[in-house]
Design a protein around this ligand. Sequence first.
Ligand SMILES: [Zn+2]
Length: 232
Amino acid sequence: MKTELNKLFGDFVSIFFPRECGCCGCVLKRQEKFICVACDFHLPYTNFHEYSDNDTARQLWGKAPVEEACSFLLLQKDSRVEHLIYQIKYNRQPFLAEYFGYQYGLKLLKVQAYQGIDFIVPVPLHSSKFRKRGYNQSAYFGRGLSRAMEIPLREDILIRKKATISQTGKGRLDRYENVNDVFDCQPTVLMANVHILLVDDVLTTGATIVSAALTLLASFDCRISIVTLARA
Ligand SMILES: [Zn+2]
């Protein structure tokens, strides 16, 4: 009886506040959660976690010594994934990042290369950006991964000193030299011989996550693997 009432109430609420698919904006059916069946079927999943020699890993070669790297989705212009990233970053729907983090975590759990990870560390936002947005979407992605993989999420390790990375007019090499003063590590945190999963929402040039990885490697006796929600 109670579940019937809940269903009725849910239907009543959805008339006035229809839930929308995070990837295409269509109205979700009762049994659909966060994204519609069509989007789930058509999303460009990379399957990068299935092989170490993937495009995300290749992009980081020679820039930061990481163990493994992969991205869940391919981000293309005017696509479902672009809509999704917009909802997550600019339309106050970070729970979509958590949902996809959880889904990816379930996949990574089955991959040998992602076993034995000690902490999940999200790339932090600068405090000014955090205040403006109200949340860090990468932390939500990390939270989903953390729940699925049962690995603690640590938001207290990395600190962001600079809001943006200035890249204009810089050559490719300068770009990476330029990012060294973007992040810092919390001096009170002590770690040794740990494997850290560094996570971010979108991998574009890679400059941000490389900088974060290099900062962690310089501060702790650690190994780093990288996971992003999408890859541009
Ligand atoms: Zn959809």
